[in-house]
Every structure is written in C-alpha cells, then in structure tokens.
Design a protein around this ligand. Structure first.
Ligand code: SF4
Length: 338
C-alpha cells in the first residue's frame, strides 16, 4: 500500500492533544453514485407528483436510500410495503427493485393506477428466468435471499427456482434433472464472488446455461472496478450508501477483501474520526442509490477535521446509459406508452 510522506511542517500543536497532523488526501472513485435505474425511478416519482399531485403511493422504498426517500416523502410520496394499504384507484409506483407477480396481481385487484419503475435491467433478468423456466429448466437465481430484487425475481418465474449465494450452497443444491439447469443473477452482486459461484455450478452441472456475469449491471461492475483500481493507494475506504443497499455493501466488501478498513455510511454524521487515525489516504465512493450531496457532505466533514485536505477525483468510464421513463408518465406533452 502506498503511504503519503508527511513532512514535519504539516504537523501543528494542539494544546489539549499534543502533536497532530492536519493533512489528509482523499481519492474520489469514478464512477460513483446514482445509476440510470435509480435516476429513472426517482424521476418517475417526481414527475408523478407533478402530474397527479400528492399523495402518490410507492410500494417499498423507491431506491434503498433514506435521504432520497425522506425528500420524496416531504413532497407527498407515501411509502408502503403492502399494496393493500393503498386506497383503491390511487396512483402507485413500483420500486426500482421489481416485484413478484403476486404483488402485481394484488395491485390490480385493488384497482390501483400502476406505474412500474422496475429497472429495465432487473426486468431483463425476469424475462430470462421466465424463458428458462418455460423450457423446463430448474432455474438457479444467484443472489441474496431476502433482498427486495431477489424476492421480486423469485416471484416472476413460474417453475422451480433455487436461490444460492455461495459455493457451499451450490454444493447442497438438489435439482430435478442435472442436464436441464439454468442460472440468472441478481444485478448488484460482487463480480468476483459470482464468478466463483458460476464456476461451482458449471463444475456440478456441465450442461448448465446462463449469461456468465453479464446480468450484473453495468453500474455495479463500474463502481466495483473503480474501487479495485484505487485499492493499492488507500488506507481506509468510505462507501456512502444505505445499510440495506446491496451494491453499496458489495463495494465495502471489496475493501474488506483487500485488507483495507472499510465503512459504509448512510450520512456524513455517521463518520467517526477514529477510523482515520492511522490513515494518510482515504478512498471515497458511493453506491448506486446514494446521492452526490452526501459525498459532498462527507468531504465537508473531512475538511473540518483536516484543514489541509487534498481531493483527487480519479478518472473512470463515462456512463451515458439512460432509460426511457415508465409507461404512464408524461414527458413534454406526450404520455410514455407501455
Ligand atoms: Fe438498475 Fe443496476 Fe441501478 Fe440496479 S444498480 S437500478 S440494476 S442500473
């Protein structure tokens, strides 16, 4: 790991604490923060509030970030976990993570005016899973049981679906016909861990079909690559993101796997100065559902702690992915069709 040389003049005397250093370097990962699916989902709620007025109901957190959810709540969005809590006929948005067929059907039975903000890359996984199941394959969904996206994908595929997250779980799999097995992926997995799980599946079921790691979305892959590329230069990793954000947790785990003390912080207030006692260089990134303003607040907190703060923004791929807004949302003078 590269250590920044700190010269004697960068130290000053604090009457209470003795000698301390007020210099710190921050490497900002690129890309970081909002992905195209999150931007689309947030914009969907904002436009729906303008089109229909408050309240607009949202099934589950539109994206896994409390800051985003709270700001939308203040503008009139009402977040619920169960569509049966929503008044009949109300405008209701489904979150970026996707939902099961049961939730879709329950919403229709309740007469809700549905706008589906499921990320198109999640929908693509649903479609692939359904195709495999229709051909009679046992479908292995590589992902984390309990995560909203995985529960939605599970409920979109008719047929036998097994959820596995680890090589150990692959060893314990029991399928109907080992020659007819297919796999699909949660979109926000660790690329490296997933390669190992796929290798274990291929070793057990040589005829298995699936898409390697291509189902892991571009934003997840780019953010992981950005953290990996700065890992050799940093002493501590800070990931801005929510504790229930899958892709943010995967970023923190990359730091852990490299032996770098790594912290996931929903807000700048959650930072602790003691984490950086032995650090000269901090790596800073943000999960795909974390707004850039929290990164700015994190840097502002660092500036309060270290008056001589150097911030270097690293280069990375330019992301120009944009998704069409969901059906039912008005853009200009026209309504987006299904
Ligand atoms: Fe879509 Fe990827 Fe963003 Fe998830 S992380 S919302 S799959 S673009």
């Amino acid at each position: 790991m590269t250590k920044t040389n700190i010269s004697f003049e960068n130290f000053k005397i604090d009457r209470n604490r003795g000698w301390f250093c007020n210099q710190m370097k921050v490497l900002l990962a690129n890309p970081r923060g909002f992905c195209a699916g999150v931007e689309r989902a947030v914009e969907t709620v904002e436009r729906a509030l303008r089109m229909f007025g408050a309240p607009v109901y949202v099934r589950h957190e539109i994206v896994h970030n409390q800051r985003v959810v709270q700001e939308l709540r203040e503008r009139g969005a009402v977040f619920v976990e169960d569509v049966e809590e929503i008044p009949r006929g109300a405008v209701t948005i489904l979150s970026a993570h996707g939902v099961s067929r049961k939730v879709e059907n329950d919403a229709k039975k309740c007469g809700l005016q549905l706008i589906d903000a499921t990320c198109p890359l999640v929908t693509r996984v649903h479609v692939q899973g359904r195709r495999f199941a229709a051909k009679g394959y046992d479908v292995v969904l590589i992902g984390h049981r309990g995560h909203q996206e995985v529960e939605g994908t599970l409920g979109q595929i008719d047929g036998t679906v097994h959820v596995v997250a680890t090589v150990r779980e692959v060893e314990n799999l029991v399928v109907a016909d080992p020659s007819r097995v297919a796999y699909v992926l949660q979109t926000t997995l660790s690329v490296n861990d997933t390669r190992e799980v796929i290798a274990a599946l291929k070793a057990r079921y040589p005829a298995i079909v699936g898409q390697d790691t291509r189902d892991i979305c571009y934003a997840t892959q780019n953010r992981q690559t950005a953290v990996l590329s700065m890992a050799e230069q940093i002493d501590v990793l800070v990931v801005v993101g929510a504790h229930n954000s899958s892709n943010s947790n995967r970023l923190r785990e990359i730091g852990d796997a490299k032996g770098i003390p790594s912290y996931l912080v929903p807000a700048a207030d959650d930072l602790q100065k003691g984490w950086f006692d032995n650090a000269n260089t901090i790596g800073l990134t943000a999960g795909a559902s974390a707004p850039e303003v929290v990164v700015e607040e994190t840097i502002a907190q660092f500036r309060q702690w270290w008056s001589d703060l150097e911030v270097d923004s690293l280069s990375g791929p330019i992301e120009d992915v944009r998704f069409k807004l969901p059906a039912g949302i008005v853009v200009g003078s026209r309504t987006v069709n299904a």
